[in-house]
Design a protein around this ligand. Structure first.
Ligand SMILES: *[C@@H]1O[C@H](CO)[C@@H](O)[C@H](O)[C@H]1NC(C)=O
Ligand SMILES: *[C@@H]1O[C@H](CO)[C@@H](O)[C@H](O)[C@H]1NC(C)=O
Length: 490
């Protein structure tokens, strides 16, 4: 009998739980940008029909797409010795002071597209120095050669100066991407920079930027360690002497740290370089449950809402827990589907264990032979669009302290002088409602939701009960919703 009643109740209405909060009146950090990297897909996508290239640029860079505000240009080292051609970007470096700026038309094309769509902040990042400046004269498997710091710094400053003169606002450089790894397998570029050389590289790049009058406008990001574990243990050895020459401590997240490891990293940086922001500049390839359970770097392709919410959880961790101002996904576009879309109708929408979850948009790895130039959009694209569309440079994070619960890492408010955007995730299988009070007068104007069946779909704006000052924000199970409010009376 009891079972029958329960079943009837479940049929009538899925369980709903309630949450209540009052938006803080105190701003947390100011956001700088949401971005991603142009590696290594430009080498393939450059060969696509122009209409598809244009569509891709719109999907990545315009507000009707992801609305990115930052783009990381991969400053190639020539790919000497790299066995995977896709991962071997050409280099502008010919010899000291001699450059060929017609090299890498693939990477430059998409950087120019980003600028043409209004992106005004770029990082030029190098995974390896030009092969001539590494210990093995290759773009992988070696280390940075002591004594070539000045030559390397000059190369970077000259390239940045060149592209700035063409109207592309490169305002950050990162001279050593994952210096903890030489990538000895040579399936991609890589160059180890031993800890004791990192300050020398930064000093040289800073001096070269200074020579060009760029040291106040182009900031150096370092050291892009692969994991926060490495960044935590190594930063005290290289950072103190160059802290004033680095604008932010960029790090990757390939250890998918738990909250206490992430917090401990941020605290370590604050003790070594007080006042320097930490900044998440590269992550991909995580698998795990929507609520973050089992989250880890792993091979496998998961284009579903499960991975989209798991990945959104990493962004909440970076913004809400670690207080970081910027988040850059790794490779925005990928062919690592692990299946053939022309031979398997479910390929692009079904998880498999042989692909990689390293892109937001995918393409057919066999495009060159089968002429399939389709672009395949994952759920992660749509959840990332919430962050790209609503977290703009200069907007501010506002915490949402929940009443009677300390789990705030699925919710954030982003404010400007005229709006609040509430980005709210419900990674559980239970529908919920957030009853939210504001410190000032607001009016609900719109809402967008991404779920298993919805892609940034327009849904009802938040509502207000008659006579109540609080607002009701429905949080459908397994979804990410953005509710927009004007900071004014209705
Ligand atoms: C790298 O090239 C330089 C210049 O050609 C040469 O002197 C040096 O021996 C080479 N190093 C290695 C490890 O091959
Ligand atoms: C762009 O690509 C997306 C994803 O394949 C597709 O849905 C859309 O129709 C394309 N738009 C244009 C203008 O080609």
């Amino acid at each position: 009998m009891r079972a029958v009643v329960l079943a009837a109740l479940l049929l009538a209405k899925s369980p709903t739980s309630g949450l209540a909060a009052t938006l803080s009146a105190t701003p947390a950090q100011t956001f700088s940008a949401i971005g991603g990297s142009g590696a290594w897909w430009p080498n393939d996508l450059f060969n696509f029909p122009d209409a598809v290239r244009q569509n891709l640029s719109t999907l990545l860079f315009s507000q009707s797409g992801l609305g990115l505000s930052h783009y990381r240009y991969n400053l190639g080292s020539g790919g000497v010795g790299v066995t995977v051609p896709l991962h071997a970007p050409q280099s502008f470096y010919v010899s000291p002071g001699v450059y060929d700026f017609t090299a890498d038309p693939q990477g430059v094309h998409f950087m120019q597209q980003a600028a043409a769509h209004g992106i005004s902040s770029f990082t030029a990042f190098a995974i390896s120095a030009p092969a001539q400046l590494t210990s093995n004269n290759l773009s992988c498997g070696g280390t940075f050669v002591p004594g070539t710091e000045a030559a390397y710094g000059t190369f970077i400053a000259d390239v940045v100066s060149h592209f700035r003169s063409t109207g592309i606002n490169i305002d950050f450089v990162s001279p050593m991407h994952e210096p903890d790894d030489s990538f000895a397998a040579c399936t991609q570029e890589g160059m180890a920079v031993p800890i004791e050389q990192r300050a020398d590289v930064i000093n040289a790049v800073f001096a070269a930027l200074q020579d060009q009058g760029l040291s106040d406008t182009v900031g150096i990001l370092a050291d892009e360690s692969s994991t926060v574990a490495l960044a935590s243990s190594e930063s005290s050895a290289w950072l103190p002497s160059v802290a004033d020459k680095v604008v932010a401590i960029a790090h990757h997240l390939y250890d998918y740290p738990d909250d206490s490891s992430y917090t401990s990293f941020v605290d370590t940086v604050q003790s070594v370089a007080p006042g320097k922001a930490t900044w998440m500049s590269d992550i991909c390839c995580g698998l795990g449950a929507a609520d973050g359970t089992g989250r880890a770097y792993a091979q496998g392709f998961d284009p579903t809402i499960t991975n989209a919410l798991m990945s959104s959880g990493v962004m909440f961790q970076s913004f809400v827990l670690a207080g970081e101002p910027q988040f850059d996904f790794w490779t925005l576009v990928s062919s690592s589907l692990g299946c053939s879309p022309l031979e398997d109708a479910l390929c692009t929408t079904t998880p498999n264990s042989v692909g990689w979850t390293d892109g937001l948009i995918y393409y057919d790895p066999a495009f060159a032979t089968n002429n399939n130039f389709a672009l395949y959009i994952t759920k992660h694209f749509w959840t990332f669009k919430h962050f790209g569309n609503f977290i703009k440079p200069g907007s501010v994070l506002i915490d949402i302290p929940l009443v009677g619960d300390d789990v705030t890492q699925t919710m954030m408010a982003v404010s400007t002088s005229t709006t609040y955007n509430l980005i709210l995730m419900n990674p559980t299988t239970t529908d919920s409602v957030l009853t939210l009070s504001f410190p000032d007068t607001v009016c609900a104007v719109s809402a967008f939701r991404t779920s298993e069946t919805e892609d940034f779909a327009t849904v009802a704006a938040a509502t207000q009960d008659e006579g109540s000052t609080a607002w009701e924000l429905p949080l459908q199970s397994m979804s990410l919703t953005t509710f927009t409010f004007n900071r004014a009376a209705c």
